[in-house]
Design a protein around this ligand. Structure first.
Ligand SMILES: Cc1cc2nc3c(=O)[nH]c(=O)nc-3n(C[C@H](O)[C@H](O)[C@H](O)COP(=O)(O)OP(=O)(O)OC[C@H]3O[C@@H](n4cnc5c(N)ncnc54)[C@H](O)[C@@H]3O)c2cc1C
Length: 494
């Protein structure tokens, strides 16, 4: 009889879970464990929205485990102490987990693996959070990628080889044998993941956290939206994207399961335009790219990848505090910006096109450092993800890998007209504008009598565009070396 701990982290699923499969293959009994230790993620401990999602996802995982004769044991950190205590209490001889790639987590897991081994336990980590491990793909010079297109070529070949080899995602185990007496678990409310002031009820009602919800989302996306994904994904009023991002962040579904099912759907239905399916899998490629970058350039969670931006003349906090607050509240007077930030507040989610528009407005028209926007997203998005959020903000701000050039400043009114031509998205989130028609919906200040309940724009778009270009002109003459000196040494995550 041998017993292993499976340490669940952001892999809150039973299907295609490499650590769980390995533990079941090598031991007769398994104890599933979750340790809440936000302080170990330092400045990037889960934000308020993430904690809410986590509460519900842990509930769902426990339910799924109970249906298989097991149950989730909850503990508070430090992680190492909790795992050692559980091993002592249960007689477990091994700990299994799936790898993550955020800098603080890599450092924690590396130290923890050595400490577990020093204590006489076996400690094994497994892949699965990305399509490829961040060190698996390298340029021909042996360096990490900094440009998406060649990265994507390598990743595309990688997953196609895996598909051709028939490596289907592993099904969830039917039963999870557990010891007759399990160590004590904390009750879920003891982790205090839900807020004291219950703002969370309405936003979370838009979602079904947990593995069952993730699989249902994927099925619905494959049935209803994949066939026109590429053509419609930029229109926020159309439910054209998968909305899998929080499920992927918490590992309720593996990215490989998503790719496998998309590819299987494509093979099964020759009428499905392959460009649509490829367009979707490519977005998962951006997710892998984000993890690749954060792993190899860990300082980018706080600093720009492009060192020229270290001296960028952002506005001073005293000058931008009021404008930042208006942006956060969704009361800038620019409809597409406000609609997006209100969607975020109401649902814990924001459409990708609108993420780009609100981020561009903040970093360019308001000259607020991208880190302020990233922080706000971190606290309010259910899918808040350090790798994707860092990539997204630095891409828009022009200071990241393969970024949009800084001088490409989105005009929010033109973006609104192009991607929400009938203003369906605007009308949904800004009821104050219902009485307006046509162009005035996108720029109410141009209406003969602008609605009194909606604020006037907080800035003159044209003047602020010029100010942003002037700020950029001050750094663009400096050499752009690329910051590779700050790269992580070539070791692996534990
Ligand atoms: C400023 C900014 C901040 C962002 N912050 C986050 C974040 O914190 N967490 C997050 O998951 N995504 C973030 N993104 C990326 C993207 O907006 C979301 O992943 C996407 O909108 C999620 O919706 P979906 O699941 O319907 O996407 P789909 O279009 O259905 O795409 C499928 C999956 O691919 C991945 N993906 C799609 N687009 C991107 C992208 N541009 N970069 C990386 N991965 C991508 C996501 O995991 C997504 O679930 C950010 C983008 C920007 C511009």
């Amino acid at each position: 009889m041998s017993l292993a701990l499976v340490w669940f982290r952001r892999d809150l699923r039973l299907a295609d879970n490499a650590a769980l499969c390995a533990a079941l293959a090598h031991h007769t009994q398994v104890l599933p464990v979750f340790v809440w230790a936000p302080e170990e993620e330092a400045r990037w401990a889960p934000g308020a929205a993430s904690r809410v999602w986590l509460h519900h996802s842990l509930t769902a995982l426990d339910r799924a485990l109970r249906a298989r004769g097991s149950a989730l044991i909850l503990r508070r950190g430090p992680s190492l102490n909790s795992l050692l205590a559980l091993a002592r209490e249960s007689g477990a001889r091994a700990v299994y987990w799936n790898r993550l790639y955020e800098p603080a987590v890599v450092a924690r897991d590396t130290a923890l693996k050595s400490a577990l081994r020093a204590a006489g336990l076996a400690a094994e980590s497994h892949p699965g959070h990305a399509l490829a491990e961040p060190w698996e793909l390298k340029t021909s010079a042996g360096t990490p990628y900094r440009v998406f297109t060649p990265f994507w070529r390598a990743l595309d070949a990688h997953w196609r080889a895996r598909f051709a080899a028939g490596r289907a995602p592993r099904p969830a185990p039917r039963a999870i044998p557990s010891p007759n007496r399990s160590p004590e678990s904390l009750p879920l409310p003891a982790l205090e993941l839900l807020p004291r002031v219950r703002w969370d009820r309405a936003p979370i009602a838009h979602w079904q956290p947990g593995e069952t919800g993730a699989q249902a989302r994927l099925r619905e996306f494959l049935d209803r939206a994949l066939a026109h994904y590429r053509r419609e994904r930029d229109f926020p009023a159309v439910p054209a994207t998968s909305r899998l991002s929080p499920h992927l962040h918490f590992g309720e579904i593996s990215p490989w399961t998503v790719v496998w099912q998309v590819q299987t759907a494509q093979v099964a239905d020759p009428r499905l335009d392959s460009a649509e399916a490829e367009g979707f899998v490519r977005q998962l490629g951006w997710r892998d790219f984000a993890h690749h970058l954060l792993y190899h350039f860990p300082h980018t969670q706080d600093e720009p990848l492009d060192p020229a931006f270290a001296d960028f003349p952002w506005a001073r906090p005293a000058d931008y505090t009021a404008e930042l607050a208006a942006w956060q509240r969704g009361s800038t007077g620019i409809p597409i910006v406000d609609a997006g930030l209100r969607e975020l507040w109401a649902t814990g989610y924001l459409h990708n096109r609108v993420r780009m528009i609100v981020a561009s407005f903040l970093t360019k028209h308001l000259l607020v450092p991208w880190q302020e926007g990233a922080r706000w997203f971190w606290d309010t998005l259910f899918d808040a993800d350090l790798a994707n959020n860092t990539l997204g903000w630095q891409w828009v701000a022009g200071c990241g890998a393969d970024a949009a050039p800084y001088f490409r400043i989105f005009n929010p009114v033109l973006q609104s007209k192009k991607f929400d031509p009938e203003a369906r998205y605007l009308k949904r989130w800004l009821p104050e504008l219902q009485a307006l028609n046509g162009e005035a919906l996108h720029a109410p200040w141009l209406a003969p009598s602008p609605p009194g309940a909606y604020p006037p724009p907080i800035c003159d778009l044209a003047a602020r565009r010029e100010r942003a270009l002037a700020a950029y002109a001050r750094i663009k003459t400096q050499p752009r070396s690329g910051g590779s000196a700050r790269r992580r040494s070539d070791r692996r995550a534990e």
